[in-house]
Design a protein around this ligand. Structure first.
Ligand SMILES: NC(=O)c1ccc[n+]([C@@H]2O[C@H](COP(=O)([O-])OP(=O)(O)OC[C@H]3O[C@@H](n4cnc5c(N)ncnc54)[C@H](OP(=O)(O)O)[C@@H]3O)[C@@H](O)[C@H]2O)c1
Length: 347
């Protein structure tokens, strides 16, 4: 049976990737920072076939020895771990986000080279294509669009900078003989396997629950263009890129682009009883989020209807009791999202 390692195993996207790999018969190694943290990683042990075929390894992205141990014997590494913040503001962007994403990716790729790993899938983000002010207005962004690094620095878009630099470096490893492909998913939503809420799920939650606790209709929401994709379709794409011999370079992974107002209306038409935003404001910065996913579709990827994602997400939040509590247990770093203060459970 083939062995594959997934970094950041307890995370939102990684958990779905591991579930899929286990269902397909792989032996899965997963790196986690704290194997004893049940709140972060306990859900992994409950996945079908986990007892027999999932092995967790303790490894921070700066722990080269830990990474090597985890990758040992694996033909593939799916590098998913990276800080995903729920805010644009940081006390120290270098240590909080840039180093783990960039130096961490370098560490992962060097370990893969050393251990002669056959294929690496690096999970980047749509932001590494999106923040490109020179891209023609109204034209869908494809794999040829790269975020402008100077624009990211000037506008303090540290997450976008971290993903762009890390992805560019990852693709350079092809010249050193490593088979690396990258994937740039858009805003990822859909049901969670993990018990603590990740940053992108908080966005959808914020539409149906006023995270600041107001119920007087004063909540204001920016009417920005949003590109979204279902987490289960992202997991499918990551595994597809790993399995397809002919996959190469980078791949945009996005299903729908719509304005916040349209998105909220869609959710409200299916679940009319929640407290939806009434007031929409012009976004402070206008950034298009219009993507062309032909390259991934041509490889055999497909995606589900948006309505299915919405229904499954809201049911998941209801079952997890997230809609009728005051605090939201979050794994986003730091514990703020969209200006809301959240109850941080995970360290
Ligand atoms: N969600 C989205 O909308 C979206 C869209 C595009 C791309 N992505 C990319 O997808 C990946 C996963 O995102 P997600 O949404 O699943 O976020 P998530 O649930 O917050 O997962 C992030 C993972 O990264 C790990 N991590 C962070 N810093 C680390 C470090 N220094 N050493 C080791 N592990 C570290 C976290 O470990 P702990 O569990 O120990 O905290 C966690 O497992 C990221 O690379 C992100 O950039 C996400």
């Amino acid at each position: 049976m083939e062995r594959v390692c997934v970094t950041g195993a307890g995370g939102y996207i990684a958990s779905w990737v591991i579930k899929l790999l286990l269902a397909k018969g792989y032996i899965v190694h997963g790196t986690v920072r704290d194997p004893c943290n049940e709140e972060k990683n306990g859900h992994l042990k409950k996945l079908e076939n986990a007892e027999e075929r999932l092995h967790l390894f303790k490894a921070d992205l700066f722990d080269n020895e830990g990474l090597r141990t985890a990758f040992s014997g694996c033909s593939g590494v799916l590098h998913i771990a990276s800080p995903v913040p729920g805010t644009l503001q940081f006390d120290d962007p270098q240590t909080e986000i840039l180093d783990p994403a960039i130096v961490g990716t370098r560490n992962v790729l060097n370990a893969c080279l050393e251990l002669k790993v056959k294929k690496v899938v690096f999970v980047s983000s749509m932001v590494s294509a999106m923040l490109n002010p020179k891209w023609p207005q109204g034209l869908e962004m494809d794999e040829s669009s790269w975020a402008d690094v100077d624009y990211c620095k000037t506008n303090e878009r540290w997450y976008a900078l971290s993903k762009t630099v890390a992805e560019r470096e990852a693709l350079e490893y092809a010249k050193k003989g490593l088979n690396v492909v990258t994937i740039c998913p858009s805003g990822t939503i859909g049901p969670m396997l993990q018990p603590t809420v990740n940053a992108s799920s908080l966005l959808l939650l914020s539409y149906i629950k006023d995270l600041e606790g107001r119920s007087d209709g004063t909540k204001k929401t920016e009417d920005a263009e949003r590109a979204v994709v279902d987490v289960r379709d992202v997991a499918k794409a990551i595994v597809l890129l790993y399995e397809k011999q002919e996959s190469e370079g980078r791949y945009i992974c996005s299903s729908y682009s719509l304005m916040t107002r349209e998105f909220v209306a869609k959710v409200q038409s299916i679940f009319p009883d929640y407290d939806y935003p009434q007031n929409f404001t012009e976004p402070k910065i206008t950034e298009r989020a219009l993507f062309n996913t032909k390259k991934l579709l041509n490889l055999g990827w497909n995606y589900r209807p948006l309505e299915e994602t919405i229904v499954d997400s809201i049911k998941n939040y209801e079952e997890a009791g997230l809609l009728n509590t005051d605090g939201i247990p979050t794994r986003a770093h730091p514990p703020y999202c969209l200006g809301y203060k959240l109850q941080r459970i995970c360290g």
